[in-house]
Design a protein around this ligand. Structure first.
Ligand code: SAH
Ligand code: SF4
Length: 386
């Protein structure tokens, strides 16, 4: 058996780990012990796992591996945020961002190298798509954040209290791996995060939302960004396949399957002159009238290759006011980490595009700027800094 074919203990949720131990003729509680060593104490050396017998440790060393992705660059932001670049097996690099706030620390995690959905306002989408991340590459981001921020030694509180799947990629197009990683985040033998504090953000992959409740009870955020199908299809191609009514219906189904009272977050990126008019706010208020939710407005974060602009402060506050007057709970996301290209929609890593979409976007931008296209032109802010 080559190293590559051996089961990776760092990329297995509790069920898979238990059946691995069962197949090895071992008791299933060994799975819990191994999870605690890796994900609570940050240990990746089997020899250190002293509550496991020497003979089993030898067997584990021979038949399994504990492999996490590498952190290849580290960007501290002026505002206390932190961005790390992670190299994944496909050779691409993805990004994760830590955002500390009063009383909580949020880690924004990537699920794919690139994204196939090509929303018009998103730097990740402009890079095309390379690969789905493995479970170890997804949970490895949380492992590394704890490692880098002193979380494994923390006596009282760990620095990462919340995880949002809002980094690169569409989580629900990497369903199995994302769900196994998300459930590990919430597993008491691993990170033990509250289901209210682990959020999957999706652009609206309706069939995946419809089956979500069979696999998890994590929280949900929906990238809506427009109050009607015409505009949403223009800026989010996925809407042509799964229009708004179907999306909201699927989300309602998931929320009603949860035993506790929780509402989804509707994310709405405000782009000047595109979806930020007062009428858009009124239409949004009407659209969501029977849809319990919180609304999170995200002022557009600029990146090279995009001509879109962020609306003025007045336009943002007018939009918010209309929704508040209609009795919605509305927050406006503060832009963080934009000095390191770590704000929403700016994450690009270094994706080895399989789709040729990134070339097309670069060519278009180069033509618009009146210069010759070269395939080495950098895509966006953070890649510019590599
Ligand atoms: N694919 C998932 C999760 C990653 S995107 C999704 O689309 O939900 C995370 C959030 O950042 C989404 O709400 C997305 O719409 C938003 N976003 C993307 N590009 C942005 C930009 N340039 N400025 C502000 N928000 C952006
Ligand atoms: Fe993909 Fe989300 Fe970006 Fe759209 S916004 S291209 S779904 S990562």
């Amino acid at each position: 058996m080559t190293e590559i074919n051996k089961p990776n203990l760092a990329g297995m949720g509790r069920d898979r780990l238990r059946s691995l131990f069962k197949d090895m003729g071992e008791k299933s509680f060994r799975a819990d012990q191994v999870l605690k060593w890796i994900h609570q104490r940050g240990v990746v050396d089997v020899d250190v796992m002293t509550d496991i017998s020497k003979s089993l440790r030898e067997k584990l060393k021979q038949d399994t591996v504990i492999a996490l992705p590498d952190v290849v660059a580290d960007y501290p932001s002026n505002d206390g945020c932190h961005k790390w670049l992670i190299e994944v097996a496909s050779g691409s690099r993805v990004e994760m961002v830590f955002i500390p706030e009063a009383g909580r620390g949020t880690l924004c995690i990537s699920s794919q190298a690139g994204c196939s959905l090509d929303c018009s306002f998103c730097a990740t989408g402009k890079q095309g798509f390379n690969s789905n991340l493995t479970v170890a590459e997804i949970i490895g981001q949380l492992w590394w954040a704890n490692n880098k921020l002193g979380g494994f030694g923390a006596k009282i509180e760990r620095p990462v209290s919340n995880v949002v799947m809002m980094g690169m990629g569409e989580p629900l197009l990497n369903f199995d791996n994302v769900l196994e990683a998300v459930n590990l985040m919430m597993d008491d033998c691993a990170y033990g995060l509250s289901k209210r504090k682990v959020t999957i953000s999706t652009s609206g992959v309706v069939p995946a939302i419809r089956k979500l409740s069979e696999y998890t009870d994590a929280s949900l955020a929906i990238s809506l960004h427009a109050p009607n199908d015409k505009l949403r299809s223009e800026i989010m191609p996925i809407n042509k396949r799964y229009p708004i009514a179907e999306l909201l219906d699927a989300v309602k189904g998931y929320m009603s399957s949860l035993p506790d009272k929780r509402v989804p977050v509707i994310e709405y990126t405000l782009i000047a002159g595109v979806n930020d008019h007062r009428q858009h706010a009124r239409d949004l208020a009407t659209l969501l009238v029977d849809f319990p939710c919180k609304i999170n407005l995200i002022p557009f974060n600029p990146f090279s290759l995009s001509d879109y602009r962020r609306p003025s402060k007045t336009a943002i506050s007018n939009f918010r006011q209309i929704l508040q007057d209609a009795d919605y709970t509305v927050t406006v996301r503060t832009t963080r980490a934009d000095d390191i290209g770590g704000a929403c929609g700016q994450l690009v890593g270094a994706v080895q595009d399989n789709t040729r979409r990134s070339d097309r976007h670069r060519q278009k931008a180069a033509e618009a700027a009146g210069k010759a296209f070269t395939s080495t032109d950098n895509l966006a802010v953070s890649a510019d800094r590599l």
